[in-house]
Design a protein around this ligand. Structure first.
Ligand code: LLP
Length: 429
């Protein structure tokens, strides 16, 4: 019997089979032989199952799912979600271009982000996005001006900062009043009133986002309570808010977290919304991590095993430039051997990359039985993995593969070193 490591609803997508790890029906050893390492590997079945958990949880309610492109922006991933009828949450002109290239529907696309430029606003208006989530009164006037130049009326939703602690890593908490995001609650009514004087704007909603990797419902409900109070207050002053956007999704299990499921979140949100008489109002959600996070892994090969007087290091061919989360947030992600050995030579290894920084590690103190040349899989790497990769140390970014049953599709080619400096020029003397 294959032993399942990561179970997703109805889809044990990663499992040991004959002593070696497979994604769906494709052995990781085969993928490494074909495409090389480091390699991002995603399961289409797992992405679809995670997406369906959201749409099933919505039941018959009016919930509009807008996948947060920043979590994993590969065109193939976007196209899987577009096919399932999802819209998108974008934060840059670049992400807009990706959504359009992947066949996403601009009318189901919301544009968030704290510093939209004139060019990005114009591109979004020309594409016909569902709305722009506005982060300040100054941005509101900027959008009005750009819309006037284009002779259009911009659909806007104000992003409120509810001053709620999402109880997550400080770098990915966004809804505290000390964060740069959103319009302070106390100023919201004034800014909504200002919209009425700006003739190239059309108010369509209210938005808020409190953070990412949220593992409890409490902060969401606190934020919703504040949004409900604001909706009442603002509508009392004559502005109608067609939809409510509550931002990102839920946390995932990296180690032993037990995050709520989409059905838990939606059940709790609708209980409050129904209680406030707002249950019929369209609800937008922008999940990213929970859709792709546990549907992907980073495959890497052990280059060198090295022991110092203090520690054992497994130097692998992936590094912080490929997967930044451990270095940036001290994030813990499971690391497993693709073909586990008998454990006779198991040691506690720091699994590190070759980048010239001591912060370049993927996992610390991991009990593994390793030889040079072994393959390791860094799990839960589907979200904020490749999307945050860089070329630091002139390291080409990894290739990406999407597994679908017994087929594996190369969805992004490995970067060539020459391409990294193709746009650079030696200055004449
Ligand atoms: N909507 C907005 C406006 C956001 O800022 C975010 C994430 C999302 C949606 C998606 O949230 P999710 O469903 O993924 O929790 N690089 C960090 C995560 C940064 C998330 C920032 N905003 C990490 O690797 O943990």
């Amino acid at each position: 019997m294959p032993s399942s490591l990561h179970m997703l609803p109805g889809a044990p997508w990663i499992a040991h089979h004959d002593g070696s790890l497979r994604v769906e029906q494709v052995p990781l050893q085969h993928l490494a032989d074909t495409h090389g390492t480091p390699l991002y590997v995603y399961s289409r079945g797992a992405i679809e199952a995670a997406a369906r958990a959201w749409s099933d949880a919505a039941g018959g309610r009016d919930v509009a799912l807008r996948y947060a492109v920043k979590a994993n922006s590969n065109l193939a991933v976007l196209s899987v979600l577009a096919e399932l009828g999802w819209g998108f949450d974008i934060v840059s002109g670049g992400e807009l271009a990706r959504v359009l290239a992947a066949g996403g529907d601009p009318a189901k696309t919301v544009f968030s982000g704290v510093g939209k430029t004139d060019a990005e606003i114009a591109a979004a208006l020309r594409a016909g996005v569902q709305c722009l989530n506005v982060e300040s009164d100054s941005e509101l006037r900027r959008i009005d001006r750009v819309a006037a130049q284009l002779g259009v009326c911009a659909p806007v939703s104000l992003r409120i900062n509810p001053d709620v602690d999402a109880r997550t890593h400080p770098y990915i908490s966004t809804g505290l009043r000390s964060n740069k995001f959103g319009i302070p609650q106390a100023l919201a009514r004034r800014v909504y009133t200002e919209c009425a004087q700006l003739h190239h704007l059309r108010v369509v909603g209210i938005a808020c986002h409190i953070g990412s990797q949220i593992t409890e419902l409490g902060p969401y409900l606190d934020a919703l309570d504040r949004v409900i109070d604001l909706v009442r207050d603002i509508e009392h002053h004559g502005v109608t808010l067609a939809h409510i956007d509550l931002g990102g999704g839920l946390g995932i299990r990296y180690a032993d977290e037990t995050p709520p499921r989409p059905a838990d979140l939606l059940g709790a949100l609708f209980a409050r919304l129904d209680g406030a008489g707002l249950g019929q109002r369209p609800l937008l959600l922008e999940p990213g991590r929970s859709v792709v996070g546990n549907a992907g892994l980073l495959l890497t090969e052990v280059v060198t095993l090295k022991s110092t007087l203090e520690r054992h290091f497994a130097v692998v061919d992936a590094a912080m430039n490929d997967l930044m989360r451990p270095a940036l947030y001290e994030a813990w992600q499971d690391i497993v051997a693709v073909r586990p050995r008998d454990g006779a030579q198991a040691r506690h290894y720091d699994v590190v990359g070759a980048v010239c920084e001591s912060g370049d590690w993927l996992g610390r103190e991991r009990l593994l039985d390793l030889r040079e040349g072994d393959l390791l899989a860094v799990l839960s790497a589907g979200a904020y993995g490749m999307a945050m990769a860089s070329n630091y140390n002139t390291r080409p970014r990894a290739a990406e593969v999407l597994v679908d049953g017994d087929r594996a599709h190369l969805i992004r080619e490995r970067e060539a070193v020459a391409a990294l400096f193709a746009g650079e020029h030696i200055a004449p003397r």
